[in-house]
Write a protein of this length. Structure first.
Ligand code: NAG
Ligand code: NAG
Ligand code: NAG
Length: 464
């Protein structure tokens, strides 16, 4: 539940009562519209605990559903032959991208079904593209006349429907992606040709839309993207964020990313996304997120995808485990079809992730990075921890043929250390190694007895 909805004492007081470790800095001091002030805001706790979210790329680009969600740009700006020929072969010569709008029917869109699939995936938040670079808004934006999902295509307020379903059917946090720039918006192009000295586009379109989006739908993740090469001063990003953190209805719980203007990325804002599919390869001390997509080559749905283009569940579990061990969150993307369905392959991956997390979620959610992030002796072993409970988790992605798993990093204490396999009742036998480490005897299980199929977690209690 969002704090702002609670009856009774004001949210801050309530949080203080419920959470002894709460630092009152969040709402006590109003934030200034400077990066120095905004960057010092502590990230609301829920986000780091969540670890896993679902990204949803849906829009008019889902109509051609060919190549990439960058279809319009590749076709008309870059004139890439693959896209030009696709249009030549399949559509009349005067067909415009805007003509895809009415074809975006969402005919089989059942938002309850979406919510149930996301819940089953084990994710703790979702992020929907409320508007991608094409400018089409999935809500009835007052600033996107005839280029929004209420006036055209689905004739439904997609953002509202998903918000209501997520908040009523699931315990997930609701988040929205929003592209600052638009490829072909005349005001943006005008500002750009004047080297962003004037702010016609932010004043008339982007800022009013962002305020509208936050007030109407109260997203708890605001995932900004697409600075269009313009600095944050052009987008008025710090002014907007100061309002978001000080006054907006989600001021206590909202998290934002780092894409708020040219050169902000990986430097300013809330958590870092740095690049798409970001993978630092080491522990980061600033919260970060690895946004990636199950289809290796596109964020939007592609009818031309082949089976090998999709990451396997083994690869996805590995992504999640590595990301969490390095202190990140995984934001895993699916692209729904123009009909509003989530294709069977995406649904299967989501549900597989959920079955894995049902057993191993204890080693993922609410964990902290450990002293070591991975095992040096045995490959493909990743560590997480819960320091307050004196717990270390060793997640291993290959079941050793010998049935013995060597962990060189932890130091066991005879008589105190306990080793368990998540999803398996009996504690495991282990022996200390010199000078440090331990060898764990895994149980002999048939494939049907395995608690999960794509990775397993050892729970180590009372280690050093
Ligand atoms: C929508 O999905 C829900 C949940 O799966 C289901 O109970 C309901 O019957 C579906 N509605 C329609 C119209 O198919
Ligand atoms: C942008 O910020 C400036 C200075 O902070 C302010 O004067 C202006 O009104 C803002 N523009 C919009 C459209 O909010
Ligand atoms: C595991 O950690 C070691 C050093 O601690 C590093 O050299 C190695 O590359 C890591 N393995 C992976 C798969 O990242």
């Amino acid at each position: 539940m969002r704090a702002s909805q609670l009856p009774g004492p004001p949210p801050l007081l309530l949080l203080l009562l419920l959470r002894p470790d709460f630092t009152p800095a969040v709402s006590a001091a109003p934030f200034e519209p400077t990066w120095e002030s905004l960057d010092a805001r502590p990230l609301p706790e829920w986000f780091d605990q969540a670890k896993f979210g679902i990204f949803i790329h849906w829009g008019v680009f889902s109509v051609p559903s060919f190549g990439s969600e960058w279809f319009w740009w590749y076709w008309q700006n870059q004139k890439i032959p693959k896209y030009v020929n696709f249009m030549k072969d399949n559509y009349p010569p005067d067909f415009k991208y805007e003509d895809f709008g009415p074809l975006f029917t969402a005919k089989f869109f059942n938002v309850s079904q979406w919510a149930d699939i996301f819940q089953a995936s084990g994710a703790k938040y979702i992020v929907l593209t409320s508007k991608h670079h094409e400018g089409f808004t999935l809500w009835g934006s007052e600033y996107s006349w005839n280029w929004n999902a209420v006036d055209e295509g689905p004739k439904r307020d997609i953002v509202r429907e998903l918000e209501v379903a997520i908040r009523s059917r699931t315990n997930l946090h609701f988040g929205l992606y929003y592209s600052l720039f638009e490829w072909f918006h005349p005001l943006f192009l005008e500002d750009k040709s004047g080297s962003f000295q004037k702010q016609k586009f932010p004043a008339a379109k982007m800022l009013p839309e962002l305020y509208e989006l936050v007030v109407k739908y109260q997203p708890e993740v605001l995932w900004s993207d697409g600075d269009g090469g313009a600095p944050d001063s052009y987008w008025n990003s710090t002014g907007f964020l100061a309002w978001l953190y000080n006054e907006s209805p989600v001021r206590d719980t909202v998290v934002t990313n780092d894409r708020w203007g040219d050169r902000c990325i990986c430097k300013h804002g809330g958590y870092y996304t740095c690049t798409d599919r970001y993978h630092p390869g080491h522990l980061l001390f600033h919260k970060w997120e690895n946004c990636m997509t199950i289809d290796k080559f596109s964020w939007g749905y592609r009818r031309d995808a082949e089976i090998t283009d999709y990451l396997t569940i083994e690869e996805l579990v590995k992504q999640l485990v590595e990301t969490v061990a390095y202190g990140g969150n995984l934001l895993m993307n699916v692209g729904p079809t123009l009909d509003g369905t989530i294709s069977a392959i995406f649904e299967e991956r989501l549900r597989q992730m959920g079955t894995w997390l049902k057993v191993n979620g204890e080693a993922i959610y609410k964990t902290h990075p450990w002293r070591f992030q991975n095992e040096t002796f045995t490959p493909d072993v990743w560590y997480t921890s819960k320091p307050k409970e004196k717990l270390v988790y060793a997640i291993f992605l290959k079941w050793p043929i010998s049935g013995q798993l060597v962990l060189a990093q932890p130091t066991a204490i005879p008589g105190e250390t306990e080793v368990k396999l998540l999803g398996h009742a009996q504690p495991l036998f282990w022996t200390s190694l010199k000078p440090n480490g331990l060898m764990v005897q895994l149980p002999r299980l048939s494939i049907h007895q395995m608690p999960t199929r794509w990775g397993w977690a050892l729970k180590l209690t009372n280690m050093m």
